[in-house]
Design a protein around this ligand. Structure first.
Ligand code: NA7
Length: 541
């Protein structure tokens, strides 16, 4: 029996089970310990870092600035850590996360190489029974999915992959040791953020690189570089206000001031000036908020699309290749607006070829390479940058069952439903950090993760202080949230786009918008309001 807190007497082995030792799981553990809870983290990998551990392909960087893409909960931590570049590499982010694990002595409660296969709620004793892959079980009062939004790779869905004689690499699960592509004939399939980041690096090494593009993405240059120490110091001196602004006033968890004007409130020259200023700042999140109707008005969005298309044409020497790289007919930012270093310029190299799968689709992978509709392309290596089963993928990979054995997969057959993206009706005491229906992937993940972890920790504290142990979303609370989230997104261009935000990249996945587009600032107010008024929309006992 755990008696970590006098109000939490129960028959379970532990008070809180946290699945995943990435950014979310690590901070959840920290807060759980603060509450005096007996907490354990279960992590399938052999290191902390989550997606920043498994994704280690060359060129991988975060598209949020390093000084913002970091924890804010510890003043000491944010003052002592020094970021070297404006946009961090995967390596630097992973070093940071390992440093956090050491600094707060987190590892002693993290069970590595421990994959959780099922979690079943027991109506009799009100506990979660969690099963590991090796068959062992553990019972816990609270169950937290900290499994990440972009952690489960999507199948490329191309026949014949196993037949290929050469080497296959996935950006989603890159080898630990660096791969040498020099002298190799390399193919890359996929042109989302991962493809756009890895392609310029592979082009520098490969004898020849062929890029197979099905759908082009819009991308802005990062203008990355070392962080000016004076700038870093000024920001650190003002970190408290900087972080507050990100949390409470910004729409994406990144502290920039958006122009509160329509794209048509200004002259074409002023519009161009605004786009160009944001473009040259290397700020994709700010660019997509350049005008307040960019994500709601087709005409406004087209002005941004035309601006980026013009930049692409100026960068790419061959006009036909430029036109292939321009996402004609697409909206800017309703698929992820990417950030690159030298992506478009890479197609000016003699050793790089772009092939459009719209004209000549892939028929299958064969031992020698890739057979398209019109010819066989021979390769030594194929790199898949084909993306993720985003947001719900990791949640549905575990066999989760709530009250009366209801399975989460069944409940979400037509798409995820949740209350604020944190809790699901009929799944008591289960929390989903940055779950579907919350700002998550549309925001700075650190800000959204800290918001959810703090909300969960404060909720558990509240339960203890009021002599309760259980909380669940009511059916009405969940329905109200789903209706609200759907209404907010229905006014935007997102539902008109095939993107992973809509689940459209995974065959058979319900077409439901997976995030909450109402803004980090507004979302946080709602979360706080719920917590401060005794959790309306939730049932406590
Ligand atoms: P994305 O953004 O989902 O991109 C995947 C790309 O792979 C995209 O261009 C897809 O084209 C392409 N793809 C997927 N399957 C195939 C097949 N079978 N054949 C050809 N092309 C294919 O994933 P990323 O990893 O780049 O980025 C995910 C997020 O991680 C990113 O947005 C950041 O938030 C971080 P399609 O669009 O399906 O035609």
């Amino acid at each position: 029996m755990s008696k970590a807190h006098k109000s939490f007497e129960h028959e379970g082995d532990i008070d809180i089970a946290i699945i995943g030792a990435g950014i979310a799981g690590m901070y959840m553990l920290y807060r759980a310990r603060e509450l005096g809870l007996k907490a354990q983290v279960y992590e399938q990998g052999d290191e902390v870092g989550g997606t920043w551990y498994r994704n280690r392909y060359p060129g991988l960087r975060c598209d949020v600035e390093s000084m913002d893409y970091s924890y804010s909960f510890s003043e000491e931590l944010q003052q002592e850590w020094k970021w070297s570049e404006r946009f961090s590499t995967q390596g630097e982010i992973l070093r940071y996360l390992k440093y956090v694990a050491e600094k707060f002595d987190l590892r002693r409660d993290i069970n590595f190489n421990t994959r959780i296969v099922s979690a079943h709620y027991n109506d009799e004793n009100g506990l979660w029974r969690i099963k590991k892959e090796n068959g062992e079980t553990v019972t816990s009062l609270y169950y937290v999915m900290a499994t990440g939004c972009l952690s489960v790779p999507k199948e490329p869905n191309i026949n014949g992959i196993d037949d290929f004689k050469g080497n296959i690499y996935y950006t989603t699960d890159w080898p630990k040791e660096p791969v040498d592509f020099s002298g190799k004939r390399v193919a890359v399939i996929g042109n989302g953020s991962s493809g756009i980041q890895v392609i310029p690096i592979l082009a520098e090494q490969a004898q020849h690189l062929m890029v197979f593009q099905r759908t082009p993405s819009f991308s802005l240059p990062a203008y990355n570089g070392p962080i000016d120490p004076d700038y870093a110091q000024v920001l650190k001196d003002n970190y408290t206000e900087h972080r507050r602004f990100a949390r409470e006033d910004s729409i994406g968890g990144i502290p920039f001031v958006s122009y509160d004007k329509s794209a048509f409130d200004v002259s074409p020259a002023e519009r161009w000036r605004v786009y160009n200023e944001l473009y040259q700042r290397g700020a994709p999140f700010a660019f997509q908020s350049a005008f307040n109707d960019l994500l709601t008005s087709e005409d406004a969005n087209h002005t941004a699309a035309d601006f980026i298309a013009d930049k692409i044409r100026r960068k790419v020497n061959d006009p036909d290749v430029a036109e292939m790289l321009i996402p004609h007919g697409q909206y800017v930012a309703t698929r992820r607006l990417c950030m690159d270093t030298g992506y478009y310029e890479t197609f000016n190299r003699d050793n790089v070829t772009l092939t459009s799968l719209k004209h000549t689709p892939i028929e299958r992978i064969v031992p020698e390479g890739i057979q398209t509709l019109d010819q066989l392309h021979e390769f030594d290596c194929i790199v898949f940058a084909t993306g993720y089963d985003a947001v719900t993928g990791a949640l549905l990979r575990v066999d989760i069952r709530g009250k009366e054995g209801l399975s989460l997969a069944e409940k979400w057959e037509d798409g995820p439903r949740s209350n604020m993206g944190i809790m699901v009706a009929d799944f008591p005491n289960m929390f989903t950090i940055t779950g579907p229906g919350s700002p998550s992937v549309l925001s700075n993940m650190f800000v959204s993760i800290e918001n959810h972890v703090d909300w969960i920790a404060n909720c558990i504290k509240y339960l203890g202080e009021h002599g309760n142990t259980h909380i669940a979303s009511s059916k009405e609370g969940e329905a109200d949230w789903v209706a609200h989230a759907n209404e907010v997104v229905s006014n935007t261009l997102f539902p008109k786009t095939n993107s992973w935000y809509m689940g459209a990249n995974v065959p058979g996945k319900p077409r439901v918008f997976l995030a909450y587009i109402g803004g980090v600032n507004n979302y946080r107010k709602i979360c706080d309001q719920v917590a401060n008024s005794g959790y309306p929309g939730f049932v406590i006992h």
